[in-house]
Design a protein around this ligand. Sequence first.
Ligand code: ASP
Length: 340
Amino acid sequence: MPRVLMLYTGGTVGMQPSPQGYVPSAGLAERLAAHLALDDSYRLPTFDVIEMQPLMDSAELMPAAWNRLVALLESHWAHYDAFVVLHGTDTMAYSAAALSFMLGALNKPVIFTGSQIPLGEPRSDALNNVVSALQLAVHPATPCEVSLAFHDRLLRGNRARKVRTQGLDAFDSPNFPWLAELGISLRFPQPSALLSGIPNFAPITVDDEAVAVLPLYPGMSLRRAKALLADESLKGLVLYSYGVGNPPSFAGELLDALKAANERGVALLNVTQCAQGEVVQGAYATGAALNQAGVIAGGDITLEAALAKLNVLLGRGLSGLALRHCLKSAVRGECRHTDQ
Ligand code: ASP
């Protein structure tokens, strides 16, 4: 009989009302068991629940929490067949991406899920999402990778984004097909192409000063952008650019600042602000100039995956050419590159 371990980190799925609004609340295992017992038609795998301490709204989860999650997975890996991570929706895509990069190749599925409405509230999506994740966890066609199950779809973890604040179909992977669709039966359109293997449970070194995002927008301050690029503690930057990867030129000054940062060894990754599609840095002169400045085209990577990837690669001590090489290519199916 397959056994699943559920790790509850906090988030709406197990929250309860308080005078201050919804707050994370212990005892999810008992509440879940009570809800599942209402209807004995659920044919679910045996599962245990571990609650992380302290339970947190996912807005509070920082990279140190990724290390705690990976350590928990490591200590239970041998004893279970699959893992479900119950997580707040706000930063679920970041954590799923981070764990995909930290763990690398997997020989068991790790499925993130949560809900938009807490378990037990009217119209809650919690039970459907948790039951779906449990069924997927033990389904033979479910890929051994970090994925995210939400509202009847299974998404690659490092391709997923929270795309709706209110809708129950809160997650999608705009640049990648769903791994599975859950209708009357579970449908897996194509097998995962990711290699399976033994996970890497090593923690990353957390450095909250190392990674930043520079969003480009009309009216942005060149002075502030230059100050960020000149920051000595910066090691990796996501350039959050327009369309296919275009920046404003500021008469060449932004480019000079990018070039200087690149020469200092800062990894510069160009990610589009568009909800769908990829960066093609050679398409316009403004974008092509970025190639000369050493900016790496991020292809169709999401902002969430780009930030997680930079944090994990830097946290594993990568720098220079090795870092550039990993950023230019897909390490766990997180992107497709059209130019290098
Ligand atoms: N603020 C909550 C969280 O991310 C939202 C949710 O879980 O849906 O923890």
